[in-house]
Ligand binder design. Structure first.
Ligand code: FES
Ligand SMILES: [Fe+2]
Length: 452
């Protein structure tokens, strides 16, 4: 018996329909609009530590591939089915010059050239005619990257400033998600989730200060977006900057150590991360966790696989189902949306501004490519190392008379962003000291009462 409830308010039955997938944004296979777009960029595909002395079967952007290291040292990334009669090259044998198919011994070089077809008569023309599908590979600090697009449109491998922050140790990691890549990547444009998922709902995964909604502002730039989130912590203003570089690279500030209580000028990211589609329903995040004085410190107890899982997803992975139910992290949030969440069933709200901006730009870029316009790729426009902005900035700026604190937070976060971006023409130490000096000067100006 139901008391005091109008039965016409129950709408479960009316909401059982499942709308179509947003294929334009979520499908990644060859020939799909989204897949073609993603193929115009370099992506990490595996950790070097995953590649042993046998071939590693991989799926990337819906393609079945094998990654291997020839004994002479070069990496090769080949289509998985042998060009002879389709045996899987995951059973191939690594040799000095390439990978030999298990079935009839055809030997392929890292660029797919057929070097030997040993069952054929001497002088066979096959090596000049047959090529195994292959992709170029680059390796940096323990991560293997590949370009799966058309050779004629291959951009230079992009090198970012965070690949070489002095005194920083980069520890590569990989994290698998059984869901579509967009659910994982767009979370980087959703600072609001950290307030609830990581702090208020189940107790803090990091410090209490993460439970403040803060004052957020989103900026569109050529390469993607950056945004600021400013919070008041006692007499400090903590401005956290996130940077999202299309299509799938994200960087954010410190995770394990950041509570906004200690000043920091031009902090650098605790991770440099790419969200790479395996296929429409599976995703790999490949990243470096960056440990150093300006991100999460190089403390032995932090540079562990368990703590790196917390950097990636707020909670460690290896938990009982009940533990995950009681204190979910990012993994549970993304995967819980389903293999491919249906955008037509969502109700985007004001707090989803970043997510909406990201999807809109992604859609525009996918459509632009379909019309023949090349997407913006940083290595074609910016001198390496490409400057990035993510990190924490904690300035000692107490609340001031005559201005509401929210307004002060917004004002300071805008000034911090302007300072960081205005160092773009500099590189290395000169950029660092330019930005840090300007941030300290900003703090001094506020301390002396002259706000701007
Ligand atoms: S199928 Fe690979 S050599 Fe025959
Ligand atoms: Fe998160």
């Amino acid at each position: 018996m139901i008391h005091n409830v109008r039965t016409d308010r129950f709408t479960g039955y009316e909401q059982t329909g499942l709308p179509a997938e947003d294929a334009e944004l979520t499908h990644v296979g060859p020939g799909t609009p989204g897949g073609e777009y993603l193929r115009r960029f370099w992506h990490p595909i595996a950790l070097e530590s995953e590649v042993g002395d046998i071939a590693l079967p991989l799926r990337v952007l819906g393609e079945d591939l094998v990654l291997f290291r020839a004994h002479e040292g070069a990496y090769g990334l080949l289509h998985r089915r042998c060009a002879h009669r389709g045996a899987s090259l995951e059973y191939g044998k690594c040799e000095p010059r390439g990978l030999r198919c298990c079935y009839h011994g055809w030997l392929y070089a890292v660029d797919g050239e057929l070097l030997e077809a040993p069952g054929e008569p001497p002088g066979t023309p096959l090596p000049g005619k047959v090529r195994q599908g292959a992709y170029p590979v680059e390796v940096d600090a323990g991560i293997v990257f590949a370009y799966l697009g058309p050779s004629a449109h291959r951009p230079a491998f992009p090198v970012y400033d965070t690949f070489g922050v002095p005194g920083t140790r980069r520890i590569p990691y990989v994290f698998d998600y059984p869901c579509n890549w967009l659910q994982v990547v767009e979370n980087a444009m959703d600072p609001v989730h950290a307030v609830f998922l990581h702090t208020r709902n189940h107790g803090p995964s990091f410090s209490e200060a993460w439970g403040q909604l803060g004052v957020k502002e989103y900026h569109a730039v050529d390469e993607g977006f950056y945004y600021t989130n400013a919070r008041r912590v006692d007499d400090n203003i903590w401005v956290r900057v996130h940077h999202v570089i299309l299509p799938n690279m994200t960087q954010a500030g410190a995770v394990l150590s950041m509570d906004g209580r200690h000043t920091r000028y031009f902090g650098r990211p605790s991770f440099t991360r790419w969200v790479v589609p395996v296929d429409n329903e599976n995703t790999r995040a490949l990243a470096w966790a960056n440990f150093g004085d300006r991100s999460d410190a190089q403390r032995e107890e932090w540079m562990t696989p368990r703590m790196i899982e917390i950097i990636e997803g707020a909670e460690p992975r290896n938990r009982t189902p009940e533990e995950a139910l009681r204190k979910p992290g990012d993994y549970e949030a993304f995967v819980g949306q389903g293999r491919i969440t249906r955008h037509a069933k969502e109700h985007l709200a004001t707090s989803d501004k970043g997510v909406a901006m990201f999807r809109r730009r992604l859609r525009d870029d996918i459509r632009a490519l379909a019309e023949g316009r090349v997407p913006y790729r940083v290595s074609e426009h910016r001198e390496a190392p490409v400057p990035t902005y993510a990190g924490d900035n904690v300035l000692r700026i107490p609340p001031a008379a005559g201005i509401a604190d929210e307004a002060l937070l917004l004002e300071v976060s805008r000034e911090v962003a302007r300072i960081i971006v205005s160092g773009d023409d500099l590189r290395g130490d000169p950029r660092d000291s330019f930005v840090r000096t300007a941030l300290m000067a900003l703090q001094t100006r506020h301390a002396s009462g002259g706000r701007t």
